[in-house]
Design a protein around this ligand. Structure first.
Ligand code: ADP
Ligand code: TZP
Ligand code: MG
Length: 286
């Protein structure tokens, strides 16, 4: 029997995630966010605690210029309107021209025609990563023709009613069809480039009870895009955030009110031992 000529890509390790986090902190990337009104403050605080520099810049008159100076761009369609859509399309095209990686968070894709058409138009501009909950990933995969249309019961507005396990196949199909990495979140998170599927455990059941933590995760994932290729960036972001979420949730016995603050503190203090204690990976055969 002959030995294989090409090695399989290595499975993710806690050490590799810790190294990506160290690289991020050393680089302190400037992350350009076009995000929704609900998510702006927590996204900026998550980026600062992680070790990145946030900037919320959405005016059509300046997004192209800013995309050129930023290290990565995050586009989140949470609170859409006509001028914002124009700015999002211009920013994504400018990031592509400048060779800057960018991420799409298709908030509530599938809920309205405006959201579906905008998410699809942005997908066609080739984001490096799409990060969404199960309902959004199933909807976007259906809209892109990568999977059958998502059922109306998969989402309620910005919230997913479906579990992430049920959306893993749609995530893989979307990644293949769109040539992107998909970061799918829920009780278990998944990262896939269409050839590999990695499950990431951690987090806390209180996380869906605090608004915009998914949006802030998308911002954090954008920061990792400045220091790592898309699949590694997605895995690192999901693992770091899952570990921080687990630590933060354990410090919130009375509910989710303080969760965003605890999450930021946990991100600031994140280290390899905490990652090892609170995040895990499984590589799933495709
Ligand atoms: N039931 C859960 N248990 C643990 N972590 C969760 C749970 N639901 C969501 N999370 C975590 O919350 C974060 C946001 O994910 P999610 O709620 O799917 O996004 P969104 O806010 O966009 O709907 C992710 O880090 C995810 O792992
Ligand atoms: C409530 C809400 N409405 C429009 S955007 C938004 C925030 C959604 O945040 P997330 O997707 O992280 O739950
Ligand atoms: Mg969301």
């Amino acid at each position: 029997m002959t030995a294989p000529t090409t090695a399989l890509p290595p499975s993710p390790t806690i050490a590799a995630v810790a190294a990506a986090l160290a690289a991020l902190r050393a680089r302190r990337p400037l992350v350009h966010n076009i995000t929704n009104y609900v998510a702006m403050t927590i996204s900026a605080n998550v980026l600062l605690s992680l070790g990145a520099s946030p900037a919320m810049v959405h005016a059509g008159e300046e997004v192209e210029e800013f995309a050129g100076i930023a290290d990565a761009l995050v586009i989140n369609i949470g609170t859409l309107s006509g001028p914002w859509i124009d700015a999002m399309l211009r920013a994504a095209a400018a990031a592509n021209r400048h060779g800057k990686p960018w991420l799409l968070d298709p908030v509530a894709a599938g809920a309205t025609r405006l959201r579906s058409e905008t998410a699809l138009a942005l997908l066609h501009l080739k984001p490096a990563i799409v990060r969404g909950n199960a309902g959004e990933i199933m909807a976007l995969a259906g809209l892109a023709g990568a999977a059958s249309a998502a059922s109306a019961e998969a989402s309620r507005g910005v919230d997913s009613l479906a579990g992430s396990d049920a959306a893993a196949a749609a995530a893989v199909a979307l990644a293949r069809q769109a040539g992107t990495v998909v970061a799918l979140t829920g009780e278990t998170d998944y990262a896939t480039d269409g050839t590999r599927l990695i499950a990431i455990t951690g987090g806390h059941p209180l996380m869906p009870l605090s608004t915009a933590l998914g949006c802030a995760l998308s911002a954090a994932t954008g920061a990792f895009l400045a220091v790592a290729p898309p699949l590694e960036a997605a895995v690192a972001a999901l693992a770091v955030y899952s570990a921080a979420g687990a630590v933060a949730g354990a410090r919130c016995p009375g509910g989710a009110g303080h969760l965003p603050a605890e999450l930021c503190d946990a991100l600031l203090a994140m280290d390899e031992a905490t990652l090892a204690a609170h995040a895990g990976f499984t590589e799933i055969d495709l």
